[in-house]
Design a binder for this molecule. Structure first.
Ligand SMILES: Cc1ncc(COP(=O)(O)O)c(C=O)c1O
Length: 382
């Protein structure tokens, strides 16, 4: 009989080769070429001002925070940056988590309780889904961005407690936007708690750059928003924004907050610099969305004003092959495959950041069309 170890190894190796055979095995590859795949929408991650602030803060405050925020890990910089971010979102309060993943897990495992129902967009991010799985509430999935279907479902699903509606605002893998105004109207009217993940919208939409809630003007209808600081803000972590009683309760009960070492305080200092710079980035916001729309146009896709352009290939191996060829010619475009995206929708997830030029976009679309033609996929892919 196999020892437990060899059985574990054999079973894991079988899974790995199964992934390989289906073109789904992932590998780690460093950046190379023009960045057309990161979430660094405002090109802040390498910005000299933010780098300097981070380095100075690390020099002054040390590197590790030494404990959770509830122990010795709390520092003035966290309080300051939370206040600044709450001002940006125009909410009474903000709480900083070590990542957007941790923030979503914290929010969704804390507020929805037994007897409640969470209505969740079918394309919501894995961190939202995993947070809901940790919750004792029932989860009901509604068709992507379909507010009419959502209303119908809400009417059909019994609920003795609170109803929650959970959505991303700008969807990470499709680059499209939730009908926030319609959700907001419905949630206000019926007293549902609307939770919005603004991971990809912060820095990209809104006059102040705070996201699609600002852009849509629906702040008062949103219970909580979750705002990753590792994307357009160029650093890492995430802010949960909402009423003070809610962030106060997260400090008591959100397990990823309570039971995890606080991020390095220099991260909070670097974010203060990002927030200082954010008001002056309106032209970058417009530019990345316009270039995204131009790329969609060049690829015969439906027009959306968004820096995220999903080129759906379908077959995983083909998507990886196209990404490999693009990378070879200097375009860092990555393939995204199931289970990150639904089965049969493997894609190139192209994202535009503020360092990309319109010539880059023209050259990319020309090269991509060539490859798609060689593979017999042009113009049928869209
Ligand atoms: C929509 C969405 N929410 C949350 C996260 C997690 O955020 P973070 O990368 O800060 O952990 C991501 C990450 O890609 C995301 O795309």
């Amino acid at each position: 009989m196999d020892t437990p170890d060899s059985t574990l190894e054999a079973r894991t190796r079988t899974r790995l080769s199964d992934l390989e055979n289906r073109g789904l095995k992932r590998s780690l590859e460093e950046p190379a070429g023009i960045d057309l795949c990161s979430n660094d929408y405002l090109a802040f991650a390498q910005h000299p001002r933010i780098r300097r602030r981070f380095a100075e803060a690390a020099e002054r405050l040390g590197v590790g925070s030494t404990g959770s925020r509830l122990l010795r890990g709390h520092r003035a910089a966290f309080r300051l940056v939370e206040e600044r971010f709450a001002q940006l979102k125009n909410t009474p309060s903000a709480l900083f988590f070590g990542s957007g993943w941790a923030a979503n897990l914290g929010v969704l495992s804390t507020f929805p309780q037994h007897g409640d129902v969470i209505f969740s967009d079918e394309l919501n991010h894995a961190s939202l889904i995993d947070g809901m799985k940790l919750s004792k509430a029932r989860r009901v999935v509604f068709p992507h961005c379909d507010d009419v279907a959502l209303v119908r479902l809400i009417g059909r699903v019994p609920c003795t407690g609170q109803r929650f509606v959970v959505t991303e605002s700008l969807f990470s893998m499709d680059g499209d936007r939730a009908p926030l105004a319609r959700y907001a109207e419905m949630c206000t009217r019926s007293d549902f708690a609307l939770i919005v993940d603004e991971a990809h919208a912060v820095g990209v939409y809104g006059e102040k750059g705070s996201g699609l809630i600002e852009h849509t003007g629906c702040k008062d209808s949103v219970f909580l928003s979750v705002n990753s600081a590792g994307k357009a803000l160029g650093v890492s972590g995430a802010f949960v924004c909402g009423p003070a009683w809610a962030t106060d309760y997260l400090i008591q009960a959100a397990r990823p907050f309570v039971f995890s070492t606080a991020p390095p305080p220099a991260i909070a200092e670097a974010l203060l610099e990002s927030l200082d710079m954010l008001p002056d980035t309106a032209s970058q916001r417009l530019m990345i969305r316009t270039l995204g729309a131009e790329l969609r146009n060049q690829l015969n896709m439906r027009m959306v004003s968004s820096p995220i352009v999903p080129v759906i290939i379908g077959d995983s191996e083909k998507a990886v092959e196209i990404s490999r060829r693009l990378r070879k010619t200097g375009f860092d475009v990555r393939a995204v495959r199931p289970p990150t995206v639904p089965e049969g929708t493997a894609r190139l997830r192209i994202s535009i950041n503020a360092s990309v030029t319109s010539d880059d976009v023209l050259n990319l679309s020309a090269r991509l069309r060539e490859i798609l033609e060689e593979l017999g996929l042009w113009p049928a892919f869209s």
